[in-house]
Design a protein around this ligand. Structure first.
Ligand code: NAP
Length: 322
Protein backbone atom coordinates (compact mmCIF):
# COMPACT_ATOMS: atom_id res chain seq x y z
CA UNK A 1 0.00 0.00 0.00
CA UNK A 2 1.44 3.44 -0.88
CA UNK A 3 2.73 5.66 1.89
CA UNK A 4 2.24 9.31 2.74
CA UNK A 5 4.85 11.30 4.63
CA UNK A 6 3.46 14.07 6.81
CA UNK A 7 5.31 16.49 9.09
CA UNK A 8 3.48 17.39 12.28
CA UNK A 9 1.05 14.56 11.55
CA UNK A 10 0.70 13.48 15.20
CA UNK A 11 -1.13 16.51 16.58
CA UNK A 12 -3.69 19.20 15.82
CA UNK A 13 -4.75 19.54 12.18
CA UNK A 14 -2.09 17.03 11.10
CA UNK A 15 -3.46 14.31 13.39
CA UNK A 16 -6.97 14.66 11.97
CA UNK A 17 -5.47 14.50 8.49
CA UNK A 18 -3.50 11.35 9.38
CA UNK A 19 -6.64 9.68 10.77
CA UNK A 20 -8.62 10.27 7.57
CA UNK A 21 -5.73 9.14 5.36
CA UNK A 22 -5.70 5.90 7.35
CA UNK A 23 -9.42 5.32 7.86
CA UNK A 24 -10.97 6.43 4.57
CA UNK A 25 -8.11 6.22 2.07
CA UNK A 26 -6.16 3.32 3.70
CA UNK A 27 -2.70 4.77 3.12
CA UNK A 28 0.31 3.78 5.20
CA UNK A 29 1.94 6.73 6.90
CA UNK A 30 5.30 8.15 7.84
CA UNK A 31 5.00 10.57 10.73
CA UNK A 32 7.96 12.97 10.59
CA UNK A 33 8.71 15.30 13.48
CA UNK A 34 10.86 16.35 16.38
CA UNK A 35 8.94 14.59 19.20
CA UNK A 36 9.56 10.82 18.88
CA UNK A 37 7.57 9.81 21.97
CA UNK A 38 4.47 11.77 20.98
CA UNK A 39 4.73 10.44 17.43
CA UNK A 40 5.15 6.82 18.59
CA UNK A 41 2.11 7.08 20.88
CA UNK A 42 -0.01 8.37 18.00
CA UNK A 43 1.47 5.81 15.59
CA UNK A 44 0.41 3.00 17.95
CA UNK A 45 -3.12 4.44 18.05
CA UNK A 46 -3.25 4.56 14.23
CA UNK A 47 -1.92 1.01 13.82
CA UNK A 48 -4.44 -0.35 16.34
CA UNK A 49 -7.43 1.61 15.05
CA UNK A 50 -6.90 1.28 11.32
CA UNK A 51 -4.50 -1.64 10.76
CA UNK A 52 -2.13 0.46 8.66
CA UNK A 53 1.66 0.50 8.74
CA UNK A 54 3.09 3.62 10.40
CA UNK A 55 6.76 4.57 10.51
CA UNK A 56 8.10 7.32 12.73
CA UNK A 57 10.89 9.53 11.44
CA UNK A 58 12.97 11.94 13.51
CA UNK A 59 12.92 15.21 11.65
CA UNK A 60 13.23 18.65 13.18
CA UNK A 61 12.27 20.94 10.32
CA UNK A 62 14.18 23.85 11.89
CA UNK A 63 17.46 21.99 11.32
CA UNK A 64 18.89 21.32 7.87
CA UNK A 65 20.99 18.45 9.27
CA UNK A 66 17.95 16.86 10.90
CA UNK A 67 15.91 17.12 7.69
CA UNK A 68 18.77 15.52 5.76
CA UNK A 69 19.06 12.71 8.33
CA UNK A 70 15.28 12.14 8.22
CA UNK A 71 15.31 12.00 4.41
CA UNK A 72 18.19 9.46 4.54
CA UNK A 73 16.10 7.27 6.87
CA UNK A 74 13.13 7.55 4.53
CA UNK A 75 15.28 6.60 1.52
CA UNK A 76 16.53 3.54 3.44
CA UNK A 77 12.93 2.48 4.10
CA UNK A 78 12.14 2.87 0.39
CA UNK A 79 15.32 1.19 -0.86
CA UNK A 80 14.89 -1.77 1.52
CA UNK A 81 11.24 -2.17 0.49
CA UNK A 82 10.20 -1.56 4.08
CA UNK A 83 7.67 0.91 2.73
CA UNK A 84 5.93 0.99 -0.62
CA UNK A 85 6.10 3.98 -2.92
CA UNK A 86 5.59 7.50 -1.63
CA UNK A 87 2.25 8.87 -2.79
CA UNK A 88 2.46 12.31 -1.17
CA UNK A 89 4.47 14.59 1.06
CA UNK A 90 2.44 16.83 3.35
CA UNK A 91 4.45 19.77 4.71
CA UNK A 92 2.27 20.55 7.68
CA UNK A 93 4.51 21.23 10.71
CA UNK A 94 4.63 24.85 11.73
CA UNK A 95 5.19 27.28 14.55
CA UNK A 96 3.83 30.69 15.45
CA UNK A 97 6.44 31.91 17.93
CA UNK A 98 6.22 34.78 20.37
CA UNK A 99 8.73 36.90 22.28
CA UNK A 100 12.27 37.56 21.17
CA UNK A 101 13.69 36.57 17.81
CA UNK A 102 15.69 33.32 17.97
CA UNK A 103 17.97 31.49 15.57
CA UNK A 104 18.42 27.85 14.66
CA UNK A 105 21.67 25.90 14.70
CA UNK A 106 22.04 26.92 11.03
CA UNK A 107 21.84 30.57 12.09
CA UNK A 108 18.42 31.24 10.56
CA UNK A 109 15.39 32.87 12.18
CA UNK A 110 13.48 29.98 13.78
CA UNK A 111 9.98 30.56 12.36
CA UNK A 112 11.27 30.94 8.83
CA UNK A 113 13.54 27.91 9.11
CA UNK A 114 10.87 25.65 10.69
CA UNK A 115 7.92 26.57 8.51
CA UNK A 116 9.60 27.22 5.18
CA UNK A 117 13.28 26.35 4.70
CA UNK A 118 13.21 22.88 6.29
CA UNK A 119 10.17 21.89 4.25
CA UNK A 120 11.73 23.04 0.99
CA UNK A 121 14.81 20.93 1.72
CA UNK A 122 12.58 17.93 2.50
CA UNK A 123 10.69 18.35 -0.77
CA UNK A 124 13.81 18.94 -2.87
CA UNK A 125 15.51 15.83 -1.51
CA UNK A 126 12.51 13.49 -1.73
CA UNK A 127 10.49 14.77 -4.66
CA UNK A 128 11.97 12.33 -7.15
CA UNK A 129 10.74 9.40 -5.06
CA UNK A 130 7.12 10.55 -5.03
CA UNK A 131 4.84 8.63 -7.42
CA UNK A 132 4.38 10.22 -10.85
CA UNK A 133 0.74 11.09 -10.07
CA UNK A 134 1.58 12.03 -6.48
CA UNK A 135 1.13 15.32 -4.66
CA UNK A 136 3.14 17.68 -2.52
CA UNK A 137 0.92 19.70 -0.23
CA UNK A 138 1.92 22.72 1.85
CA UNK A 139 -0.09 23.79 4.89
CA UNK A 140 0.00 27.57 4.62
CA UNK A 141 -2.09 30.30 6.21
CA UNK A 142 -4.54 33.02 5.21
CA UNK A 143 -2.44 35.40 7.30
CA UNK A 144 -0.04 35.65 4.33
CA UNK A 145 -2.51 37.96 2.54
CA UNK A 146 -2.44 41.50 3.96
CA UNK A 147 -5.60 42.38 2.01
CA UNK A 148 -7.74 39.94 4.01
CA UNK A 149 -9.03 40.04 7.58
CA UNK A 150 -6.65 37.16 8.42
CA UNK A 151 -3.66 39.06 7.05
CA UNK A 152 -4.59 42.36 8.68
CA UNK A 153 -4.08 40.69 12.08
CA UNK A 154 -0.37 40.22 11.32
CA UNK A 155 0.84 41.93 8.14
CA UNK A 156 3.80 40.69 6.14
CA UNK A 157 7.47 41.65 6.14
CA UNK A 158 8.48 44.68 4.11
CA UNK A 159 11.93 43.23 3.57
CA UNK A 160 11.20 40.41 1.28
CA UNK A 161 14.13 38.34 0.10
CA UNK A 162 14.58 34.91 1.61
CA UNK A 163 18.13 35.79 2.59
CA UNK A 164 16.96 38.90 4.47
CA UNK A 165 14.15 36.98 6.15
CA UNK A 166 16.36 34.10 7.26
CA UNK A 167 18.84 36.58 8.74
CA UNK A 168 16.26 38.95 10.18
CA UNK A 169 17.45 40.95 13.20
CA UNK A 170 21.15 40.27 12.75
CA UNK A 171 23.90 42.92 12.53
CA UNK A 172 22.02 45.33 14.80
CA UNK A 173 19.01 45.53 12.46
CA UNK A 174 15.58 45.70 14.03
CA UNK A 175 13.75 42.36 13.66
CA UNK A 176 10.16 42.36 12.44
CA UNK A 177 7.46 40.97 14.75
CA UNK A 178 7.24 37.19 14.94
CA UNK A 179 3.61 37.44 13.79
CA UNK A 180 4.80 39.09 10.56
CA UNK A 181 7.56 36.51 10.29
CA UNK A 182 4.96 33.73 10.56
CA UNK A 183 2.75 35.27 7.86
CA UNK A 184 5.74 35.84 5.57
CA UNK A 185 7.02 32.28 6.03
CA UNK A 186 3.62 31.11 4.76
CA UNK A 187 3.65 33.59 1.85
CA UNK A 188 7.00 32.14 0.79
CA UNK A 189 5.66 28.61 1.12
CA UNK A 190 2.78 29.48 -1.22
CA UNK A 191 5.12 31.13 -3.73
CA UNK A 192 7.45 28.14 -3.62
CA UNK A 193 4.44 25.83 -4.18
CA UNK A 194 3.40 27.85 -7.25
CA UNK A 195 6.94 28.03 -8.64
CA UNK A 196 7.34 24.28 -8.13
CA UNK A 197 4.05 23.73 -9.95
CA UNK A 198 5.21 25.85 -12.92
CA UNK A 199 8.49 23.96 -13.13
CA UNK A 200 6.81 20.57 -12.83
CA UNK A 201 4.36 21.47 -15.60
CA UNK A 202 7.15 22.81 -17.84
CA UNK A 203 8.99 19.53 -17.36
CA UNK A 204 5.86 17.62 -18.34
CA UNK A 205 5.49 15.70 -15.08
CA UNK A 206 2.12 15.07 -13.46
CA UNK A 207 3.32 15.53 -9.87
CA UNK A 208 1.18 18.16 -8.13
CA UNK A 209 2.21 21.02 -5.87
CA UNK A 210 -0.69 22.43 -3.85
CA UNK A 211 -1.11 25.15 -1.20
CA UNK A 212 -3.71 24.73 1.54
CA UNK A 213 -4.97 27.04 4.30
CA UNK A 214 -6.80 25.34 7.19
CA UNK A 215 -8.28 28.64 8.48
CA UNK A 216 -8.07 29.98 12.04
CA UNK A 217 -8.37 26.78 14.07
CA UNK A 218 -8.58 26.50 17.84
CA UNK A 219 -7.99 23.31 19.82
CA UNK A 220 -4.49 22.73 18.39
CA UNK A 221 -1.05 23.54 19.81
CA UNK A 222 -0.69 26.46 17.40
CA UNK A 223 -0.79 29.25 20.00
CA UNK A 224 1.22 27.40 22.65
CA UNK A 225 3.95 30.06 22.79
CA UNK A 226 1.41 32.82 23.47
CA UNK A 227 0.46 33.88 27.01
CA UNK A 228 -2.22 31.63 28.58
CA UNK A 229 -4.95 34.35 28.60
CA UNK A 230 -4.41 34.88 24.85
CA UNK A 231 -4.72 31.13 24.26
CA UNK A 232 -7.89 31.01 26.33
CA UNK A 233 -9.41 34.02 24.57
CA UNK A 234 -8.55 32.68 21.12
CA UNK A 235 -10.44 29.46 21.90
CA UNK A 236 -13.51 31.19 23.35
CA UNK A 237 -16.85 31.29 21.54
CA UNK A 238 -16.91 35.09 21.89
CA UNK A 239 -13.65 35.38 19.94
CA UNK A 240 -14.95 32.95 17.30
CA UNK A 241 -18.03 35.09 16.89
CA UNK A 242 -15.97 38.29 16.59
CA UNK A 243 -13.54 36.74 14.12
CA UNK A 244 -16.29 35.28 11.95
CA UNK A 245 -18.16 38.60 11.93
CA UNK A 246 -14.99 40.34 10.82
CA UNK A 247 -14.46 37.98 7.91
CA UNK A 248 -11.63 35.85 9.28
CA UNK A 249 -11.32 32.43 7.60
CA UNK A 250 -12.71 30.00 10.17
CA UNK A 251 -11.22 26.54 10.46
CA UNK A 252 -12.15 23.62 12.67
CA UNK A 253 -9.59 21.06 13.75
CA UNK A 254 -11.50 18.03 12.44
CA UNK A 255 -12.83 19.64 9.26
CA UNK A 256 -9.52 21.37 8.46
CA UNK A 257 -7.54 18.17 9.08
CA UNK A 258 -9.89 16.11 6.91
CA UNK A 259 -9.72 18.76 4.20
CA UNK A 260 -5.93 18.60 4.22
CA UNK A 261 -6.16 14.83 3.64
CA UNK A 262 -8.61 15.33 0.76
CA UNK A 263 -6.43 17.90 -0.96
CA UNK A 264 -3.49 15.48 -0.62
CA UNK A 265 -5.13 12.34 -2.02
CA UNK A 266 -8.75 12.67 -3.11
CA UNK A 267 -9.47 12.33 -6.84
CA UNK A 268 -11.59 15.47 -6.61
CA UNK A 269 -8.35 17.48 -6.23
CA UNK A 270 -6.35 15.67 -8.92
CA UNK A 271 -6.17 18.91 -10.94
CA UNK A 272 -5.23 21.01 -7.91
CA UNK A 273 -1.61 21.68 -8.80
CA UNK A 274 -0.67 25.36 -8.58
CA UNK A 275 -3.87 26.14 -6.71
CA UNK A 276 -4.71 27.46 -3.24
CA UNK A 277 -7.44 25.72 -1.25
CA UNK A 278 -8.96 26.96 1.96
CA UNK A 279 -11.18 25.56 4.70
CA UNK A 280 -13.67 28.18 5.74
CA UNK A 281 -16.70 27.68 7.95
CA UNK A 282 -17.19 24.03 7.02
CA UNK A 283 -16.47 24.43 3.29
CA UNK A 284 -13.36 23.47 1.37
CA UNK A 285 -12.97 25.95 -1.47
CA UNK A 286 -10.45 26.99 -4.09
CA UNK A 287 -9.64 30.69 -3.95
CA UNK A 288 -7.00 33.27 -4.91
CA UNK A 289 -4.09 33.84 -2.58
CA UNK A 290 -2.47 37.26 -2.11
CA UNK A 291 -1.50 39.48 -5.07
CA UNK A 292 2.18 39.16 -4.17
CA UNK A 293 2.00 35.37 -4.16
CA UNK A 294 1.48 35.44 -7.96
CA UNK A 295 4.55 37.65 -8.61
CA UNK A 296 6.67 35.39 -10.84
CA UNK A 297 9.80 37.53 -10.58
CA UNK A 298 9.72 37.40 -6.79
CA UNK A 299 9.06 33.65 -6.98
CA UNK A 300 12.11 33.05 -9.15
CA UNK A 301 14.36 35.00 -6.79
CA UNK A 302 12.83 33.19 -3.84
CA UNK A 303 13.50 29.85 -5.55
CA UNK A 304 17.18 30.66 -6.14
CA UNK A 305 17.81 32.29 -2.74
CA UNK A 306 16.15 29.37 -0.98
CA UNK A 307 18.42 26.87 -2.73
CA UNK A 308 21.39 28.89 -1.46
CA UNK A 309 20.04 29.00 2.10
CA UNK A 310 19.38 25.25 2.27
CA UNK A 311 22.78 24.48 0.70
CA UNK A 312 21.27 22.27 -1.98
CA UNK A 313 24.04 20.83 -4.13
CA UNK A 314 23.64 20.79 -7.94
CA UNK A 315 23.65 16.97 -7.96
CA UNK A 316 20.77 16.99 -5.46
CA UNK A 317 18.43 19.03 -7.69
CA UNK A 318 15.36 17.09 -8.77
CA UNK A 319 15.78 15.13 -11.98
CA UNK A 320 12.09 15.69 -12.60
CA UNK A 321 12.55 19.43 -13.15
CA UNK A 322 16.25 19.92 -13.92
N1 NAP B 1 -4.29 26.58 14.08
C1 NAP B 1 -4.43 27.60 13.24
O1 NAP B 1 -5.17 28.57 13.52
C2 NAP B 1 -3.73 27.60 11.91
C3 NAP B 1 -4.14 28.50 10.93
C4 NAP B 1 -3.50 28.52 9.69
C5 NAP B 1 -2.45 27.63 9.46
N2 NAP B 1 -2.08 26.76 10.45
C6 NAP B 1 -0.96 25.84 10.16
O2 NAP B 1 -1.40 24.52 10.34
C7 NAP B 1 -0.28 23.67 10.63
C8 NAP B 1 -0.61 22.77 11.79
O3 NAP B 1 -0.78 23.58 12.95
P1 NAP B 1 -1.77 23.20 14.13
O4 NAP B 1 -2.73 24.32 14.26
O5 NAP B 1 -2.27 21.82 13.99
O6 NAP B 1 -0.80 23.34 15.39
P2 NAP B 1 -0.03 22.21 16.26
O7 NAP B 1 -1.01 21.32 16.91
O8 NAP B 1 0.91 22.98 17.10
O9 NAP B 1 0.77 21.40 15.16
C9 NAP B 1 2.01 21.83 14.71
C10 NAP B 1 2.86 20.62 14.45
O10 NAP B 1 4.15 21.07 13.97
C11 NAP B 1 5.13 20.32 14.64
N3 NAP B 1 6.38 21.08 14.70
C12 NAP B 1 6.60 22.29 15.22
N4 NAP B 1 7.90 22.62 15.12
C13 NAP B 1 8.51 21.58 14.52
C14 NAP B 1 9.84 21.31 14.14
N5 NAP B 1 10.82 22.19 14.37
N6 NAP B 1 10.13 20.14 13.55
C15 NAP B 1 9.14 19.24 13.30
N7 NAP B 1 7.87 19.42 13.64
C16 NAP B 1 7.55 20.59 14.25
C17 NAP B 1 4.57 20.11 16.03
O11 NAP B 1 5.26 19.05 16.66
P3 NAP B 1 5.59 18.99 18.25
O12 NAP B 1 4.53 18.15 18.86
O13 NAP B 1 6.93 18.36 18.30
O14 NAP B 1 5.59 20.41 18.75
C18 NAP B 1 3.12 19.80 15.72
O15 NAP B 1 2.97 18.45 15.40
C19 NAP B 1 0.90 24.61 10.89
O16 NAP B 1 1.70 24.68 9.72
C20 NAP B 1 0.23 25.96 11.10
O17 NAP B 1 1.06 27.03 10.74
C21 NAP B 1 -2.68 26.71 11.66
Amino acid sequence: MPTILITGGHSGIGAECSKLLASKYHFNLILAGRSPEKMETFATELRKSYGIKVNVLNMDTSSLASVRAGVDECLKLLNNDEIDSLQAIICNAGVRLNGKVSYTEDGYETTYATNYLGHVLLVELLMDRVAENGRIVFTTSGTHDPDTADGKMMGIADKETAIELANMGKNNTKPISLGKMYATSKLDMIQYAYELDRRLKNAGTSLSSIAYDPGATSGTGFLRSMPKPVQWLAGSSLMHWIMKRNGVTMGDVIFSGKSLAKVAVDLAYANGSGKYFQSNDGKLIERRSSKLSYDKQRAEKLWNDTKTLIHLQPNEESKKIR
